[in-house]
Design a protein around this ligand. Structure first.
Ligand code: DGJ
Length: 734
């Protein structure tokens, strides 16, 4: 059983295969954090609370209750009563006062995991996970708070969320409802986060944790290019293989904060949840608010183990798509190939040529609707531009199918162009503050998805398009962040709910889309990878990683993304050179090898490739078929990081039954007079013999001594090493 309550010690223990999380009830009311780390076999851990040290606990020393609140490790710290560290929860009463004091009431342990209403979340059956619900109450406000913990034993993961109910008689206003808090003694922690920009998403950054507060956040209305809803605290020696890691990842796609605070007593507090900036939520008597969940992973075997726990959890218990365990069609997207300049003839030419080379799907990107010839107009006018696509959408799709390819389409449902029929009809549907100019970004406004009528109407327009032809794939884009947060639907004291209501609106639309069109492969996207988060993965098995398709730039982007997310979720395409984002020229093979660690596809005008390049496409297509089951389902190991060493990059994937593996190596800049490099492999069976290029090596030798991976002369050269044992065939996950 993953969750135990020790009645005598008033201690809850949440156990996964390798970890333990401990909570104590103190003085019959406080929920204190006892422990998180490597698995403990003992429930006798109450002493960890230091109840016998000053300031003692309130029942012993009521006159110093304030010191207790400010020093004790708290499970869910609140504003206003004496804990001066950053709180996780702040509520304002009708009288304008900001304080609460939750008192523990009772608990319930249930097999499985209840859904979080309207929110994406990890899921699992009675066999997979156990949930602890801690019921708390603030008497003064008549408010009930439920802290939820679900333990996924196999994946070494614990998820947390919070449900608040106004069980009193007057309104209350939630000003901050974070989803998790972790108080611990400092161990010289360093903090790891993912940072970036458009075209440079999710680069790994590591910094020391100093006194005070350091946070990673977004108030852009989406998770964003720049910062990422992920934070890990690591002990200083941590690398891929050793060291302790406390990681949090937010299953949410809007404003977030992740914060670490080191205080006067050398304690650290790690928090994660919806960013309180711009957030208030009015709860009328009887109403309930649910905070999105945070996934927590602890690893005592470095970052690599953390990564593999996230990958397994997300593949087994987050992503729902029926495509998850399937080889996805190799697609060709026309965006970098044509941008807005295409017609049905051009698309058919691409489809014809692509089909000959083994590519399986054509995706028509931005520019097919309204009167859109550039990014100045037509968002919201979700009907085909028949001047551009003569004969209409259905005819185009049927013609593409005749080439042997299936068809996918791009949409941007959350937006409205000022130059659109939709805006002429419904100017009030854009998010806006009366009397204030709406801020444009990419010449577009954001739809007010806090309103059900807007969600319904836009969804219907998109659904009509999807019903009008045999469309097998949708790329759902979102190309600007939120501003001028105002809605005509809501009264003044509910305008603070807009950011969250907007995200709930997006989730509603995606939920409907995936239910109504279960056969459609959905790929999320946000101006490249600005909304690559677990919330979106609940709806789509893959997300476009970045608009930077340069193979070398992609190394750091994909390394940072794969730190948390399964490689099967990373949208990755081969594009032309000089690369459109950076102008770099890289070998065609390397572009293919880099895109293999992801969904794999093409984003170019294939009719313009040379015959030699077309032959290379065929080889890449073969590689995809040969390796995709392994890459999609296997265990990912990071061997070397170009972002760290400035020289070369290497990863490998090992089949779950350790019978096959694939190693990728790229030499970024060539060096004169250099010896070959021995890469020490990981994750193999030490006692198995593996075959590489006809030679046999023992797993332990490959892992301890390594294998030579020198590439040929030249920059940006890459190599794949194929490892297989003599025994047994590769067996995919399901
Ligand atoms: C941003 C996406 O990331 C691109 O792939 C492309 O779809 C454009 N938007 C289209 O406007």
């Amino acid at each position: 059983m993953g969750i135990i309550f020790d009645e005598t010690n008033k201690v809850f223990l949440l156990n996964t295969k390798n970890t333990t999380y401990g909570i104590a009830v103190t003085d019959g009311m406080y929920l204190n954090h006892l422990y998180y780390g490597k698995k403990l076999e003992d429930t006798n851990i109450r002493y960890l609370l230091r109840e016998n040290e000053p300031p003692f606990i309130p029942s012993v020393n009521q006159r110093e209750k304030n010191s207790f609140l400010d020093m004790a490790p708290m499970e869910y710290p609140e504003t206003g009563m004496g804990d001066y560290r950053e709180s996780a929860f702040c509520v304002r009463s009708e009288g304008g006062h900001r304080a609460s004091e939750l008192s523990y009431q009772s608990y319930q342990i249930i097999a499985g995991k209840p859904e979080l209403e309207g929110l994406p979340a990890t899921w699992g059956g009675e066999e997979d996970c156990t949930t602890l619900e801690l019921f708390c109450r603030d008497e003064t406000l008549g408010m009930e708070v439920q802290l939820l913990y679900t333990v996924f034993e196999e994946e070494d993961a614990i998820t947390r969320s919070v449900i608040v109910k106004n069980a009193g008689n007057s309104n209350i206003y939630l000003e901050k409802v974070l989803s998790t808090c972790l108080d611990m003694d400092d161990r010289n922690f360093e903090v790891i986060g993912l940072f970036g920009s458009w075209g440079r998403e999710r680069h790994i950054q590591r910094m020391p944790v100093g006194y005070g507060r350091q946070n990673i956040a977004s108030f852009k209305g989406e998770s964003g290019h720049q910062e990422h809803p992920f934070m890990a605290l690591v002990t200083p020696e941590t690398n891929q293989d050793i060291g302790e890691v406390y990681a949090m990842n937010f299953v949410y796609s809007g404003n977030f904060i992740a914060q670490v605070e080191k205080n006067q007593f050398d304690s650290v507090r790690m928090l994660m949840g919806i960013h309180p900036e711009g957030f208030t939520w009015k709860l009328e008597p009887g109403e309930v608010f649910t905070a999105p969940e945070v996934v927590m992973i602890y690893s005592d075997e470095g970052l690599g183990k953390m990564t593999r726990s996230f990958h397994d959890l997300y593949r087994n218990h987050l992503i729902r798509s029926s495509y998850l365990h399937k080889k996805r069609p190799i697609l060709i997207n026309n965006w970098e190939g044509t941008y807005f300049k295409f017609n049905e003839r051009k698309l058919l030419d691409i489809a014809q040529e692509a089909s000959k080379l083994g590519i399986e799907m054509l995706v028509m990107d931005d520019g097919w609707f309204g009167h859109r010839e550039n990014d100045d107009s037509s968002l919201g006018d979700w009907f085909v531009n028949e001047e551009k696509l003569k004969g209409g959408l259905n005819k185009l799709v049927e013609d593409v199918k005749k080439t042997g390819m299936s068809f996918g389409i791009w949409v941007e449902p959350e937006m409205i162009s000022p130059d659109s029929e939709l805006y002429k009809k419904h100017p009030d549907w854009a998010l806006q503050i009366p009397g204030r100019e709406i801020t444009q970004s990419r010449a577009q406004y954001v739809l007010d998805l806090s309103r059900d009528e807007v969600v319904d109407a836009v969804y219907e327009m998109i659904a009509n398009v999807l019903r009008s032809a045999d469309i097998q794939y949708v790329k759902w884009d979102m190309n600007r962040q939120l501003t001028t947060m105002g809605s005509f639907q809501w009264p003044a004291d509910r305008q603070g709910e807009l950011y969250h209501r907007y995200v709930l609106g997006v989730y509603k639309m995606q939920e409907r889309l995936t239910k109504d069109f279960p056969y459609i492969l959905l790929e999320n996207c946000s101006s490249g990878g600005a909304r690559f988060d677990p919330g979106m993965l609940f709806y789509s098995p893959q997300i476009w990683c970045s608009d930077d398709t340069d193979a070398i730039e992609r190394l750091a982007i994909q390394e940072g993304t794969a730190l948390i997310y399964p490689v099967s979720t990373m949208g990755a395409h081969v594009s032309v050179c000089p690369n459109h984002a950076v102008g770099r020229v890289t070998p065609f093979e390397t572009r293919g090898n880099v895109a293999l660690l992801g969904t794999f596809g093409y984003e170019l005008d294939i009719t313009k490739l040379t015959e030699e390049e077309k032959e290379k496409v065929k080889v890449q297509v073969q590689n995809y078929h040969k390796y995709n089951d392994l890459i999609r389902e296997g265990d990912y190991y990071r061997l070397a990081s170009y972002a760290e060493n400035g020289c070369y990059d290497s990863w490998m994937i090992v089949d779950k039954n350790k019978k096959r593996a694939l190693v990728f190596y790229v030499q970024v800049l060539a060096r004169a007079n250099a010896k070959s490099k021995y890469m020490r492999l990981k994750g193999l069976d030490p006692n198995q013999s593996y075959q590489i290029d006809g030679n046999h090596y023992l797993g332990s030798t490959l892992m301890n001594a390594g294998i030579s991976v020198s590439a040929e002369i030249g920059d940006f050269r890459s190599k794949l090493l194929d490892l297989s044992t003599n025994k047994g065939e590769f067996s995919p996950h399901h």
